[in-house]
Ligand binder design. Structure first.
Ligand SMILES: [Zn+2]
Length: 429
């Protein structure tokens, strides 16, 4: 379908960063033209024309790390540290999960993401066929991974790896390329050496990524030194994990030596500031990571530790936290790039995260008429420091309009919320 967004202000993430009074033409899932001159588009036919006046157009946000179906456990357990939260509350609740729960929760999470302008996300969870199905039906774009938990070699470890391989075979590069599958060993402390090596081999065989959690807490780092005489980063490097393209979530407690290893091996980092604050894990020193050459994206983590999937809130927090001792540490435009272009880069999503001719048509329109947008000196600054998720009016993913004037078009949002309310009854405590 050919779409024209007429007369908007575009934040391209390229050079020039902001273009005013442009029209954007879309066909076959891609951006075909961005132009200030209406003559450039004369004679072309468009099935849909969207008025971009008083709106910003920008690439949709890329949520670089989440556990989508955890929206089902939003508010289920709060105000605890990571270990107690996981072991005493979350893992026991997750044992009750069914495939049906995960499907409807994933769809509801997708509604929340679309409403706040996210057009691609990286996920790790269980019952991933159900998540993939929700992604396929909703028109979303995603890098999906089954979370492998296998502290010992043996039968369970083999089963986890074969679930991963089947998921790769069934879903990698499906839904017209909107769905990619990564290999997801949950964390260094939940997977043994043999599983790490097998997971790496699998990622390389399918030419895809490893997605994991790394050095989220100080305890994790201390335990690793006790057990392996190495930091988790050193351990994964020595096991050859970083031969595969790798993306790690958190990295709150990395030494400079660890950061240098990640930078050298091109490992991407998904910064999840809200989750790290809420679980009391700490604040990742993003400025230092940037200086040492690590590519950083931004993620919300799951809704049980955030408790929402709002990337605008997340990128604002990332920008503000980085400034706690230096106001120049992470300017608005850089934070915005982490939430879009750089996030796509660390997830290996080509053509995603920027507006240019030939790029994927993953575009959001943001209304700028609210009082909190006035007087409007600098659209980048206003977007990063003042905008609200509810300002997002229209969302296009791979050239398909998935939300128009705040109405989701690809699935029934009200029915989805109702289903989740019914399915959540068994978790009340
Ligand atoms: Zn996580």
């Amino acid at each position: 379908m050919a779409i024209l967004i007429k007369d908007c202000t575009a934040i391209t993430m390229g050079d020039p960063f902001v273009r005013r009074g442009v029209s954007i033409a879309i066909a076959d899932g891609k951006i075909t033209k961005i132009s200030e001159n209406p003559q450039d588009l004369a004679g072309q036919r468009f099935e849909t024309i969207i008025d971009g006046k008083d709106k910003l157009a920008l690439p949709g946000f890329v949520n670089a790390h989440t556990h989508l179906a955890m929206v089902l456990l939003r508010g289920y357990s709060d105000d605890r540290n990571l270990q107690a939260w996981l072991e005493q509350d979350i893992w026991p609740a997750e044992r009750k999960l069914t495939e049906e729960d995960v499907y409807w929760a994933a769809l509801m999470g997708i509604a929340e993401m679309i409403r706040s302008g996210t057009t691609a996300f990286s996920d790790m969870y269980f019952f991933m066929d159900a998540v993939a199905q929700a992604v396929k039906e909703s028109g979303m774009r995603a890098l999906l991974s089954y979370g492998i938990i296998a502290p010992q070699p043996g039968e369970k470890a083999q089963r986890e790896l074969s679930i991963t391989e089947k998921f790769l075979k069934d879903w990698h590069n499906t839904a017209d390329g909107r769905i990619r599958v990564a290999v997801g060993p949950h964390a260094p402390y939940t997977c043994c050496d043999a599983v790490w090596q097998d997971a790496t081999a699998l990622a390389m065989q399918y030419n895809t990524l490893i997605h994991t959690h790394l050095q989220e807490t100080r305890t994790e780092v201390n335990d690793s030194f006790k057990q392996y005489q190495k930091s988790p980063t050193e351990r994964l490097a020595s096991l050859g994990v970083f031969q595969a393209k790798t993306v790690v979530a958190h990295g709150v407690h990395l030494s400079d030596w660890d950061v240098k290893i990640l930078a050298e091996r091109g490992v991407g980092l998904a910064h999840c500031p809200t989750s790290n604050l809420k679980l009391g894990s700490g604040i990742a020193p993003v400025k230092r990571y940037k200086e040492l050459g690590v590519c950083v994206g931004i993620g919300t983590d799951g809704a049980a530790s955030n408790n929402n999937l709002d990337m605008l809130e997340e990128l604002r927090l990332a920008a503000l936290l980085a400034k706690r001792d230096d106001p120049t540490a992470l300017p608005a435009a850089e934070a915005l790039q982490m939430a879009t272009r750089l996030g796509a880069q660390i997830l290996g999503l080509e053509g995603v995260g920027y507006l240019a001719e030939g790029a994927q048509a993953d575009i959001i329109l943001v209304e700028t008429q609210g009082a909190h947008w006035q007087p409007g000196y600098n659209p980048v600054s206003d977007l990063v420091y003042a905008a609200q998720a509810s300002d997002v009016t229209t969302v296009i993913i791979a050239g398909q309009i998935v939300m128009k004037d705040r109405e989701i078009l690809t699935f029934d949002e009200e029915r989805t919320k109702e289903k989740v309310r019914v399915l959540s009854k068994k978790y009340f405590h």
